[in-house]
Design a protein around this ligand. Structure first.
Ligand code: NI
Length: 139
């Protein structure tokens, strides 16, 4: 981690009051500086994802009924076709019918978004969400 640098920021008082409420919600381990650093990193991660050529990491969570026609084989086929971008996955049998899968994806952000949309677009997927994060090398 590089050296810490202090800087001052001017903000409207009511915005600062709301910010301090956010800081308090994050618990005693986080102070104003820590939360500002978190927010800056969030903004930088969003920028990484906005650059289609940038290598990023994300997780895709999906819930589906494994009895749905050929859903499982379609999901398997998609994942095998993109094995370079899928670095890990976890399958949980939620109950007699429903499965939850968490897929860790790494690659160019445009390819990862497209792959996530393809997986979520398989008929029978009940719910899913792509969570975007970072390899960390720019932070
Ligand atoms: Ni299952």
């Amino acid at each position: 981690m590089s050296e810490l640098v202090r800087f001052s920021v001017a903000v409207p008082e009511d915005l600062l009051v709301q910010f301090d409420t956010l800081v308090a919600r994050r618990g005693i381990a986080k102070n104003r500086s820590e939360v500002i650093r978190d927010l800056v990193r969030d903004a930088l991660v969003n920028e990484e994802w906005d650059d289609p050529m940038q290598e990023i990491v994300g997780t895709l969570t999906l819930v589906f009924n494994h009895h749905s026609s050929d859903l499982q084989s379609k999901l398997d086929q998609l994942q095998h076709n993109h094995h370079e971008q899928i670095i890990s996955s976890m399958h949980i049998h939620l109950d007699a019918h429903n499965c939850l899968e968490v897929i860790v994806l790494k690659g160019r952000s445009d390819n990862i978004r497209q792959l996530a949309e393809s997986i979520l677009g398989v008929k029978g997927v009940k719910h899913g969400q792509l969570s975007t994060t970072t390899t960390g090398k720019f932070l």
